[in-house]
Design a protein around this ligand. Sequence first.
Ligand code: KIV
Length: 264
Amino acid sequence: MRITLSNLHKMMREGEKITMLTCYDASFASLLDAAGVDTLLIGDSLGNVLQGHESTLPVTLRDIVYHTACVARGAKNAFIIGDMPFGTFQVSPQDAFRNAAEIMAAGAQMVKIEGGRSMLETIAFLTERGIPVCGHLGLTPQSVHQLGGYKVQGKAEDDAQRLLDDAGILEQAGAGMIVLEAIPAALASQVTAAARVPTIGIGAGVDCHGQVLVLHDMLDVYPGKKAKFVKNYMKAAAGSIQDAVALYVAEVRSGKFPGREHSF
Ligand code: KIV
């Protein structure tokens, strides 16, 4: 049966870790589903790992809609989140709604939006009209040029406080989940302790309610530079994709991943 947002909130309340991986096609969706991955994210990371771009900025709404439909056909159980690409949600809440509705119609159960307090109005507009929203704080790759590179965020005291406040603001606006990317583990732990919705970490330490990795990174098929927070599960599982995904699920559930070596 299809996992719902309420199921994920229950897992959070009961201290059960949530597993998430990015996914972009039906075959992998079916494989990840069979391995028990709770949540599949059609991330705009597809710009890097599928399309060969240097950033996620060229990814279009059409790309996300197409890949969301592929994943939705392949996965019977996993909760499905579609990423909102750069330029599809910043103009106005109304424009964001129209674009998010296309992703939902393709089979997503939630959309993900990068950004902090400036997204308050948009998140409220979408959630009040039936579209669940996942926030994304910390290293937000669509802002790579503003951030000056793919760097760990929230290290300075005022940046950390701003991120903590942003998490509360997103939750108040109606966000049902928050991805925390590349921030100190201690800060993610603080955000998680204060949150009433699941936090999903990527390079944010082991205390988050769940973890996500980019599929092509953890299977070691992406030729580009890997972040410190990536673990090569293909190597750890001796070359079997099924075993690599099963090991990731087991290690996230048991709290073995991420280790200190994958955290900041
Ligand atoms: O696009 C993506 O894959 C993401 C994850 C890294 C969280 O946003």
